[in-house]
Design a protein around this ligand. Structure first.
Ligand code: CA2
Length: 146
């Protein structure tokens, strides 16, 4: 059985579709999971899709992806801007990591301009709503096929 692409979601993303649709869109995280699952299947890949509000659980997920997956797509949410632990975890795995964001953090509050995760990732896609995840997946397909 082929190894999955891990899609890891950080704190509060379980609330998607319920509040702040003007920033994050009206799709729920379950809707985004379905979009990703369908895109992966159409390209011959499997995904593990998960969300946690707990930093240590996200570190565990990154370590699992390093052992059992082929690539990581991560929306670290607020931990993007604070977490040396996520930076260290991504640096410690040998699978490629793509950072995605629904909004464009660089166009928002100044505290969102720093991303620890970008510094450990192959690339970042932000500002395209749920489509950021699909663009991230396309980048992973291209990386894995090349
Ligand atoms: O744009 C993104 O995807 C973010 O990662 C979302 C994070 C934010 O801290 C980052 O700067 C950018 C926030 C996720 C919070 O999600 C909510 C969803 C619905 C209602 C409230 C929060």
């Amino acid at each position: 059985m082929s190894k999955p692409i891990y899609i890891i979601n950080g704190p509060n993303l379980n609330l998607l579709g319920t509040r702040e649709p003007e920033i994050y869109g009206s799709q729920t995280l379950a809707d985004i999971e379905t979009l990703c699952r369908n895109a992966a299947k159409a390209n011959g890949f499997k995904i593990e899709f998960l969300q946690s509000n707990i930093e240590g659980e996200i570190v565990d997920a990154i370590q699992d992806a390093g052992k059992k997956g082929v690539a990581i797509i991560i929306n670290p949410a607020a931990y993007t801007h604070t977490s040396v632990a996520l930076y260290d975890a991504i640096k410690a795995v040998s699978v490629p990591c793509i950072e995605v964001h629904l909004s464009q953090p660089a166009a928002r509050e100044s505290f969102r301009r720093r991303s620890f995760v970008s510094e450990a990732s192959v690339g970042t896609i932000s500002g395209f709503g749920a489509n950021s995840y699909l663009l991230g997946l396309q980048a992973v397909f291209d990386l894995l096929k090349s």
